[in-house]
Design a protein around this ligand. Structure first.
Ligand code: PXL
Length: 266
């Protein structure tokens, strides 16, 4: 049986915890065939990102067209996009090929605070990609950069969701994981009509590298299999919770969230 396919348009993490490495194993663990349009090669380890080189925008476009025209894409997501030129190329390509539901994870920086986007690029994500997105999945740092709203409680999380929907995505997931002083991790999913609060346990771990990528990929995998956005987000949250619960130390800095539980008992 041919599985459904999901495409990640994202960068490589030499440390293997985030980026396309996280996306592909999350797709695999969720039973979909992963396709890749590589945007950048980062040089990094658990201590931080030492630098990155972007892939030429026309090569990013060519990768998307190659897989979409032959293999078919049931859902797609973006991670690190590196430059405004790549973002514009992705937006234009999505007008030309069919990729199904489209998830935009507006990755701006790594857990260690290192930039993963050139300066003018966040604006391009907002204007070029958000209007084409089925769902956007910003964390609270990205919410602040995109809207100026500092989320500190349920009311400001709701205000942030409304401000983000103005940019034109169908749905927004305002992730609450970075909120301090809350016992649970509460994410807010909204399309402007429904406001769905998703609450899960907060695990005490420093090892959360790749968490955002893993969540967005798990959601994308469910969308590829035909789930509705609320069902895909609920399933994605369950998936990332297990990955965070079993995150492991690796290197002297921030370790990765773990997908190993998905293999079953060893
Ligand atoms: O987690 C965001 C992210 C996405 N993509 C790449 C990364 C990171 C974080 O470090 O390195 C390639």
């Amino acid at each position: 049986m041919t599985p459904k396919t999901a495409l990640t348009i994202a960068g490589s993490d030499s440390g293997g915890g985030a980026g396309i490495q996280a996306d592909l194993r999350t797709f695999f663990a969720n039973g979909v065939h992963g396709l890749v349009a590589l945007t950048a090669v980062t040089v990094q380890n658990s201590l931080g990102v030492q630098g990155f080189t972007e892939i030429p925008a026309d090569v990013v476009t060519a990768q998307i067209k190659a897989v979409a025209s032959d293999m078919g894409v049931n859902a797609a997501k973006t991670g690190m996009l590196a430059t405004a030129e790549i973002i514009r190329a992705v937006a234009k390509t999505l007008d030309e090929v069919e990729v199904g539901p489209f998830v935009v994870d507006p990755v701006a920086a790594s857990m260690t605070g290192d930039a993963l986007l050139r300066e003018d690029a966040l604006e391009a994500i907002r204007t070029e990609l958000f209007p084409r997105a089925t769902l956007i999945t910003p964390n609270l740092d990205e919410v602040r950069l995109l809207t100026g709203v500092s989320v500190v409680d349920a009311a400001s999380q709701c205000a942030a969701a409304e401000a983000l929907l103005e940019f034109g995505s169908r749905w927004v997931l305002v992730k609450g994981g970075h909120m301090t002083g809350t016992a649970d991790c509460v994410d807010l999913l909204s399309d402007g009509r429904e406001y769905i609060s998703l609450s899960g346990p907060r695990y005490e771990t420093e090892n959360t590298h790749g968490g955002g990528d893993t969540l967005a990929s798990a959601i994308t995998a469910s969308l590829a299999k035909g789930a509705s956005v609320p069902d895909a987000v609920a399933a994605g949250k369950k998936f990332i919770e297990r990955c965070v619960a079993e995150a492991y130390p690796l290197g002297a800095g921030v370790g990765p969230v773990s997908p190993f539980w998905a293999l079953g008992p060893s």
